[in-house]
Design a protein around this ligand. Structure first.
Ligand code: ZN
Length: 140
């Protein structure tokens, strides 16, 4: 079993390939839940950073919008790929690359879930995993 390493380890654990939870934050003053985690203070009520605490957010939500990128000059990802805005059941919205490269079969309102995909393997055989969102079973 190769080691798995999260490309963005501050955002999710590499250990649960299927439907990982996300590392978010919550304000103890007003209850505002946010993602990604930050240490600047509450965006909602202005409470100082010491009022913020880490929370695990479930990796499930609803597809709010999406767009397929057909031409991309960067080398980090190969076009086409599709970016979705997913409103998590726990509140925050997350903009994420989707597991499907194109928007075929997608519809606004689809149920989505987090998945980890192997983005690359380093020379030592360690898998580098990245977060994606995929259509959840049971969607129409
Ligand atoms: Zn707050």
């Amino acid at each position: 079993m190769p080691n798995r390493t999260a490309v963005h380890s501050e955002l999710y654990s590499p250990d649960s390939a299927d439907n990982p939870s996300l590392n978010g934050g919550r304000c103890r003053s007003c209850g505002y839940v946010f993602f990604p985690p930050q240490r600047y203070g509450c965006e909602s009520c202005g409470a100082p950073p010491e009022k913020l605490e880490a929370v695990q957010l479930g990796g499930r939500g609803t597809l709010h919008s999406y767009a397929t990128v057909h031409l991309h000059m960067g080398r980090d990802i190969e076009a086409p790929f599709t970016i979705g805005l997913i409103v998590l059941d726990d509140g925050p919205a997350i903009s994420s690359t989707l597991a499907n490269r194109t928007d075929e079969g997608l519809a606004i309102g689809d149920r989505m879930k987090s998945v980890l995909v192997t983005a690359s393997t380093d020379q030592a055989g360690n898998e580098m995993v990245e977060l994606r969102f995929a259509k959840a079973e049971g969607s129409k």
